[in-house]
Design a binder for this molecule. Structure first.
Ligand SMILES: [Zn+2]
Length: 143
């Protein structure tokens, strides 16, 4: 299946430093890096913990829902790389476990969320690689 947003040549290398993320995403699970010593949530490519100084990363399963911290709408056209010719939202999503992910929607028909909305995290297929994206807002009464 072809991704709605990006050309397949923009797919990340699934064997790079984020390999654990892509391997889990391929199974439909979100795994993110935490400090192996104190469990603090780390940035995706962070290798040294800000909290305790340890330099050991543990990739652990993360909750696939979060709250929109910020959102913007991208209007830039990149023919050949960006496949859509319509503006699309990009959301900075704060997960319950402390991670922040900047995500595009899983499909072009997902309405831009508002700051404070709960969204779920799913996966798009970019070439052969599964990458995280956000879905429609999660209802307030969802568990
Ligand atoms: Zn730590």
């Amino acid at each position: 299946m072809t991704d709605w947003l990006l050309a397949p040549e923009l797919a990340p290398d699934p064997s790079d430093v984020l390999a654990p993320l892509y391997a889990a995403a391929d199974r439909g699970e979100l795994h993110l890096p935490r400090c192996a010593a104190c469990d603090l949530a780390l940035e995706l490519e962070q290798r040294v913990c800000d909290g305790c100084g340890a330099a050991e990363v543990a990739w652990r399963r993360a909750e696939q829902a979060g709250t929109v911290h910020a959102v913007t709408v991208v209007h830039r056209l990149e023919p050949g790389l960006v496949r859509t010719d319509r503006p699309y939202p990009v959301a900075d999503v704060e997960l319950a476990g402390g991670h922040r992910l900047v995500l595009a929607p899983l499909s072009p028909d997902i309405a831009p969320p508002a700051v404070g909305d709960r969204v779920a995290v799913g996966f798009r297929r970019l070439g052969e690689v599964a990458v995280p994206g956000f879905t429609t807002p999660v209802p307030e009464d969802a568990p």
